[in-house]
Design a protein around this ligand. Structure first.
Ligand SMILES: NC(=O)c1ccc[n+]([C@@H]2O[C@H](COP(=O)([O-])OP(=O)(O)OC[C@H]3O[C@@H](n4cnc5c(N)ncnc54)[C@H](O)[C@@H]3O)[C@@H](O)[C@H]2O)c1
Length: 250
């Protein structure tokens, strides 16, 4: 098993790629604290996957909660080896007439929640002689996104933070990477496409932009997360890995 005896924390764990990650991490031998704002979906996940999953409800737009959940998770598990800070949200594409409340909320969830979690988790990883941190970026954090400039800026920041932190934490034997999906088949994608004026046409255009001709599955991204978090990637740090069917290869 690729994560045998590892103690892992996953955020945005109750749906989509996070949920697929929890499932595959447990299958590979990890104990997982699954963090999400949606308590009912967390309970459903824990029932489906079994006792290796411990649910933890947290709203990661709350500054103090972004710190305290790490300590709570460490207590539940008896330490932390792996963190996948996956939580994030789409952002309205408008620049003129920007909604400042949504702007602040998105920076909090897409960037600050990961920054704070990294600052709290590093002490636990040092105590265990090392660890692995994974963030979730996006292809919009690797190339500009005309549709969503603010989201793109936030995800570029996550990539920059990853590369900086990888150097800072390397002496502690803690690796830091970021997985960068193109559009993935999850509820978040449904919301994003559904909000367009012609969802069917928009979905066709988006699909055509992917050389492999389809959207990512939640499992495509969870498998990349598994690799980057596992000891198989023990010499890989500071990497922004596109999981994008070739989208950024152009
Ligand atoms: N789906 C895509 O097309 C896509 C593409 C690239 C990157 N991403 C990134 O992937 C991540 C999540 O995407 P997904 O598609 O797996 O999402 P999803 O919509 O399937 O699930 C998101 C989860 O986050 C939880 N959540 C929402 N707000 C929260 C909060 N304030 N605190 C804690 N939990 C909260 C929800 O309850 C839900 O369980 C984000 O970082 C997103 O930017 C998504």
């Amino acid at each position: 098993m690729r994560l045998a005896n590892k103690l892992a924390v996953v955020t945005a764990a109750a749906s989509g790629m996070g949920r697929a990650g929890v499932e595959v991490f447990v299958r590979e031998g990890a104990q997982v604290v699954a963090v999400d704002i949606n308590e009912a979906a967390l309970i459903d996940l824990a029932q489906a996957v079994g006792p290796a999953v411990r649910p933890l409800v947290a709203d990661l737009t709350d500054l103090e909660r972004c710190r305290s959940y790490i300590h709570q998770a460490a207590e539940m598990l008896g330490g932390i080896d792996l963190l996948w800070s996956h939580a994030g949200m789409p952002v309205d594409g408008r620049i003129e007439g920007l909604d400042m409340a949504e702007y602040d909320r998105s920076i909090m969830l897409n960037l600050t929640s990961s920054v704070l979690a990294a600052g709290e988790v590093i002490g636990y990883m040092r105590r265990r002689g090392g660890g692995s941190i994974l963030f979730t970026g996006s292809t919009a954090g690797l190339v500009g996104s005309m549709a969503s400039p603010v989201y793109s800026a936030e995800k570029f920041a996550v990539v920059g933070f990853t590369k900086s932190l990888a150097q800072r934490f390397a002496p502690d034997n803690v690796r830091v990477n970021v997985v960068c999906p193109s559009i993935a088949n999850t509820p978040m994608k449904q919301g994003f496409i559904g909000a367009s004026t012609d969802p069917e046409a928009f979905e066709k255009v988006l699909t055509a932009s992917i050389p492999l001709g389809r959207f990512a599955s939640a499992e495509d991204v969870a498998n990349a997360a598994l690799f980057l978090l596992s000891d198989e990637a023990s010499f890989i740090t500071g990497v922004a890995l596109p999981v994008d069917g070739g989208f950024t290869a152009r």
